[in-house]
Each structure stands twice: as C-alpha cells, then as structure tokens.
Ligand binder design. Structure first.
Ligand code: NAD
Ligand code: IPM
Ligand code: MN
Length: 370
C-alpha cells in the first residue's frame, strides 16, 4: 500500500471546521486500503501570527516543502485587520504559493445536478456546467515589484502595485491549460486586457504563438477579461478551460463559484512543475473560499470545497483518479439525497451542519466501497 505524507494547515475562521471534515474522508480512504496517509499539522495565517508573530514559520515552510501534498483550509479575519502588512494572515498563503513554485492554480467549477436550482442564475444556464479556470498563481500584480506606498510629502501618498509577466510564465501556464483542454472539451479561452495593459499584449501574443507551435489541434479563443466576466454569467457553458492571470483568475473564480451554487463548493489545486525523474510535483490543495468570519464557529460552513480539494489531491498528486471519481460520486449522491448546508439550502431539503455533511459524505463513500 503506498504511503503519503500530508501536511495540513487548517488556518483561521471556518478553516479548522472544514479541515476536520476532510480528515474524516482521508481516514475513510485509508481504512479502505487506498493508501496510508501520514498526517502532520501546522499553523498558517492569523493563528500562526498569534503563535509566533509570522503568517507562517520557517519550520512550517520546511514541513510544507517536504510533504507529498499540503492541504490548506483558509486564512484571515477581522481579528488581524491591523497587524503589519508583511505579517498579515494572507502573507502566509502567498509565501507558500511563491516559495513552493505553485504557479498553476486549477479551479474547476462544476454544477452538481442537484444544485442547478441553488445557483442565483436560471437552472438552464448552469445545469451540466463543467468548466476549469486555470489561474496563474505566482506572478502578476500579486508579486510584482515595486509594491509600496510612497509618502509624497505634500499630504498625499502614492500606492504602487506592479503587474509583471515574463514569456516563460505565460508559456508554462498556457501549457497547463492546453494539456488540460486536450483531456476535456479541447477548447481554451484566454483572458487578458491587451486593450489597456502591456502585460495583456504579451499574454495574448505568447498564448497565440504557443498554440500555433504546439497545440494547433485545440480550439483557442481570446476574450477581454471584463467581457469574459459578463459571459460567465450570461452563458457559462460556452467555456471549457479558461486561462488567465493571477488577479483576473482570482476574481473570475469567485464569480464562477456562484454558478455552482456557493463559494463553499469550489475546490482548487495549486501545482508546481513535475519532477521528470521522480514524477512528483509540489502541490497544495485549497478551497477557493476564505475564512468566512461571518459564519465561523457556528458549524454552518460547507465542507465540500475542502473535501473536493482532497479529491483533486487524489487525482493530481496520488494518481488515484478512480478514488477521486468515487469521492465526486459520494458528494453528488449526498446532494441528490437532499443534504444541504445553509449556503446551498433550498425548500424541501435537509439543512445539515458542517459535521453532518462530512459524515454523510463519508457514509456515502462507505456504500460505494461495499
Ligand atoms: P470568504 O470566502 O471568506 O466569504 C465570502 C462569503 O462566502 C461569506 O458570506 C461566507 O460566509 C461565504 N462562504 C465562504 N466559504 C463558505 C463555506 N465553505 N460555506 C459556506 N459559506 C461560505 O471571503 P471574504 O469574506 O471576502 O474574506 C474573509 C477572509 O478570508 C479575508 O481575510 C480574506 O483575505 C480571506 N480569504 C482567504 C482565502 C484563503 O485562505 N484561501 C480565500 C479568500 C479569502
Ligand atoms: C484566493 C484568495 C487569496 C488570493 C487571498 C486570500 C490572498 O482570495 O485564494 O482566492 O487573492 O489569491
Ligand atoms: Mn480569491
């Protein structure tokens, strides 16, 4: 039986609540004989700042480096609103992504059949939806220098963020998108704003050249990022794979979340390059949502985004696609049986807590093993 080393970072707010549920799922797969999962836990975000004054310690960074996969739940919250910028909770998450080289963030937005009516859009707009947003995660305006607030000395300040992309960064994320498209609907939509931004001009040129050179068999379309936001809510089923930069990808994936019913439904995988010798890659699995301070501590959070993020770990880190499919089927069946956390509740359904949703998914998994 293979053995994997998982490093869990529950973080803040609803983070520990949803992490507790994915742990049940991990143990269920272990009991089934899929693999042995050696679990280690660390601190990231506000809880790490409270413990040692940094959003993640060097020791926990080293543990993340050494793990076969990292699972991170969520960071941040109003408690840390006034801590110094450099050690704010979100800095821990950004350091993990940057230092582990996790440049490819896969954010699938899938509308489970039972949730077509949970979306704020008409059911026919979202029914059967299955799109993949590929967000560049270690570049762009998130990390470009200079990034500072300058005192102009006349009572004015100037805030500077810098959007930077090099050819190689666009090419490697483009490859991830085209390779994924070949295994899905064979279509890539690339989003930028070449009408305003130099980085958009380069983005479009590099994606176009890469397509011509290596992926001419895949359908490629370009959309301006603002128009793509509109198309996502007008007719999202026109998309298969969307590839875009760090900031546009952040915003567009929150929009896409509502196509699936809730932000609490969207998982993600943050991946680095595969080592050609070992076949292994650095990877962190993290729901798209945040620490949801408004519902934290109430047992009301939807754990599905976190649980489905582990499903992505099964698929992308552990070569266990069949187990990932079983987990997806377990989630679908629990939803079909009418179990709903508050964010996806509808008339006639059974309102359940975070824990009860986790238990129901574990129980559905057990049935599929029998
Ligand atoms: P959020 O994603 O935490 O919450 C937005 C809304 O969605 C809230 O109403 C919340 O209750 C709801 N929601 C989110 N996840 C849910 C879940 N699993 N189940 C049910 N409802 C859910 O975004 P925010 O309120 O803008 O940010 C709160 C904090 O989280 C901020 O500090 C932000 O920086 C941080 N954040 C962290 C991450 C991360 O750790 N990956 C991601 C996004 C935001
Ligand atoms: C996300 C979050 C993060 C981001 C924040 C918390 C740094 O919004 O993962 O979508 O902006 O990337
Ligand atoms: Mn976000």
């Amino acid at each position: 039986m293979p053995s994997y080393h998982l490093f869990l970072l529950p973080g803040d707010g609803i983070g520990p609540e949803v992490m507790a549920e994915v742990e049940k799922v991990i143990h269920a797969f272990e009991s089934d004989g899929l693999a042995t999962f050696e679990i280690e836990k660390g601190l990231v975000g506000g809880c790490a700042y409270d413990a040692h004054g940094a959003a993640i310690s060097d020791a926990d960074m080293a543990r993340a480096e050494a793990a076969d996969a990292v699972l991170l739940a969520a960071v941040g919250g109003p408690k840390w609103a006034s801590v110094p910028y450099e050690v704010r909770p979100e800095a821990g998450l950004l350091r993990l992504r940057k230092d582990l080289g996790l440049y490819a963030n896969l954010r699938p937005a899938v509308c489970y059949p039972a949730l077509a009516s949970a979306s704020s859009l008409k059911p026919e707009v979202v029914e059967g939806l299955d799109i993949m947003i590929v967000r560049e995660l270690t570049g762009g305006v998130y990390f470009g220098e200079p990034k500072e607030i300058v005192d102009l000395g006349n009572g004015q300040k100037r805030a500077i963020d810098t959007q930077v992309y090099d050819t190689y960064e666009i090419e490697r994320i483009g490859r991830v998108a085209f390779d994924l498209a070949r295994k899905r609907g064979n279509k890539v939509t690339s989003a930028e704003k070449h009408n305003v931004m130099k980085s958009g001009v380069l983005w479009k040129d590099v994606i176009t050249a890469l397509h011509k050179r290596e992926y001419a068999d895949v359908q490629l379309e370009h959309q301006l990022a603002d128009a793509l936001g509109m198309q996502l809510v007008r007719w999202p089923k026109q998309f298969d794979v969307i590839v875009t930069d760090n900031l546009f990808g952040d915003m567009l994936s929150d929009v896409a979340a509502m196509l699936t019913g809730s932000l609490g439904m969207l998982p993600s995988a943050s991946l680095g390059d595969q080592n050609p010798k070992t076949g292994k890659r650095k990877a962190m699995y993290e729901p798209v949502h945040g620490s949801a301070p408004d519902i934290a501590g109430k047992g009301a959070a939807n754990p599905i985004a976190m649980i489905a993020s582990f499903g992505m770990a099964l698929r992308y880190s552990f070569g266990a696609g069949a187990a990932a499919d079983r987990l997806d089927a377990a989630i679908a069946s629990v939803l079909a049986d009418g179990f709903r956390t508050a964010d996806i509740k509808s008339d006639g359904c059974t309102l359940v807590s975070t824990m009860a949703m986790g238990d129901a998914i574990v129980s559905a998994l057990g049935k599929s093993a029998a």
